[in-house]
Design a protein around this ligand. Structure first.
Ligand code: HEC
Length: 225
């Protein structure tokens, strides 16, 4: 009878793991849109307090950077599946930042086995703080549970408005912004980048995008449940 050698089985398992979790090589990130932070490594997130535009850009770049480089171990959307620590609870202040950036730069090796690769040289400091900004603005577990039924109604209204139905865009925007303010982070950061926050932004200003806001709510709420 034909038997697969154990080593081959291990190789197959490792290969399919790598596929399941995406590419293992660090994925380069384009951080040109973010302000420079200099050569020397900082110990505190420089994108936290440079105004809302920098902060939002950092979250957007950090979102894709995190999900390509960190999610396979730390979990999609920073919700850990148990392979590696849940990063949502690292304090969003210098104490948590120092710990974060040390791990980011050097990774973690135990008994000669690399448990976490070093990202410092490969991705650089701007990428580090963009990912940090994304991580610290994740909503806490269950933070949207109470407001989900109402958000689904708002989603339906926005979807109808995208098709031309009448609706009070300003009132919905204000309501979403109010809900967004009530959503806590696990890190203690004052504002969570929740689906309510994203939808409120998408329908604010002179060119409200009802369709994109409805889609953001659909995707965000189904991912959470
Ligand atoms: C191959 C798996 C793997 C990848 C990829 C990975 N990590 Fe980790 N990470 C780990 C493990 C395992 C630990 C726990 C190490 C320890 O015991 O201190 C860890 C720990 C950390 C810690 C310390 C958390 C704590 O509570 O002590 C931070 C911060 C961190 N990782 C950030 C990141 C970031 C940011 C990325 C992506 C740029 C990333 N990691 C990618 C496996 C990984």
């Amino acid at each position: 009878m034909f038997k697969l050698p154990l080593a081959a089985l291990g190789l197959i398992a490792a290969t399919s793991m790598a596929h399941a979790h995406g590419d293992v090589a660090p994925q380069p990130m384009n951080t040109d849109a973010l302000p420079d932070v200099g050569e020397e490594w900082l110990t505190e997130n420089p994108y936290r307090d440079q105004g809302i535009e920098v902060w939002k850009t950092a979250i957007e770049i950090g979102d894709s950077g995190y999900n390509q480089n960190c999610a396979r171990c730390h979990g999609l959307g920073v919700v850990s599946g148990g392979l590696a620590p849940d990063l949502r609870y690292l304090e969003a202040e210098e104490y948590g930042d120092e710990w974060y950036v040390e791990r980011f730069q050097t990774g973690y090796t135990q008994n000669g086995i690399t448990k976490m690769p070093a990202f410092g040289e490969l991705l650089g400091q701007k990428a580090a703080w963009a990912i940090r900004t994304y991580i610290e603005t994740r909503p806490d577990d269950g933070a949207l549970d109470d407001v989900t039924p109402r958000l689904l109604q708002v989603r339906d209204e926005l979807a109808a408005m995208a098709e031309g139905a009448d609706g009070d865009a300003a009132a919905l925007q204000a309501e979403l912004a109010g809900i967004a303010e009530s959503v806590d982070t696990g890190s203690g950061a004052p504002v969570a980048d929740s689906v309510a926050f994203r939808a409120a932004n998408l329908i604010s200003g002179d060119t409200p995008d009802f369709k994109a806001a409805a889609e953001a709510l659909t995707v965000g709420l189904s991912a959470a449940h």
